[in-house]
Design a protein. Sequence first.
Lengths: 119, 119
Amino acid sequence: MIINGVECCETFQTHEELIKAVNEKMPQEDALYDLAELFKVFGDSTRIRILYVLFEAEVCVCDLAQVLNMTQSAISHQLKILKQSKLVKSRREGKSVFYSLADGHVRTIIAQGREHIEE
Amino acid sequence: MIINGVECCETFQTHEELIKAVNEKMPQEDALYDLAELFKVFGDSTRIRILYVLFEAEVCVCDLAQVLNMTQSAISHQLKILKQSKLVKSRREGKSVFYSLADGHVRTIIAQGREHIEE
DNA sequence: TAAACATATGAGCAATTGTTCATATGTTTA
DNA sequence: TAAACATATGAACAATTGCTCATATGTTTA
């Protein structure tokens, strides 16, 4: 079969229909990129652990470092990434900065991930 | 304040309670790792694009490569990763191998990701 | 204002990742 | 069985990533 001037294996699927459906529903290039960037943020166990702590309470950087047994710098770098993705928000109180979850999608996404794994 | 022999900044949060809650709800080390590994799979726009095509139909490797304008090898490598994560399944039919979504979590996770971004 | 505390950040490095290229494996057909 | 087709895979390489270390920024307190 020939599609767009390129040869292709034989399938039962009508290629034109597939291409039409994909073109209609596939997000734009930049949206796909943003989506991948978002999931990349979830793709690190340190950041997942940070999120799990924030599931319980609003916590300052110092305490996060303690609870997770990591350096303040490492935690701070990861918090920056989480904040850029709008997964967490921060609030300064004196010398400390307290972090908390930005919205409910975080819980849903992680819950779905766990469901998938636990099958 | 001193927690587990280590000095820490002053907070209003009771540390013992936080640590107790986190220890209770935080998944085990290997579960956290698996969770991060799963989200890593979603963290690449090529794989996201493959999943979007599979949202529409069961498609063979050759067609995926065509529709996404990528080499057969690149697609095949990514399909392997998607299959290892049990996000897609495959079925051989003659010379072709057809891939399809393994379960509904894929749609939910991606939908939640899009919702988060579109806020 | 100086010192102490809490957090943020840039540079550097080892480890991981996505693609390409060449080639192997598996299936069908002449 | 040989050739053609479809897919899978290993090696290699550039690009990205997460941590450490040193240090900067911001805030409070003596």
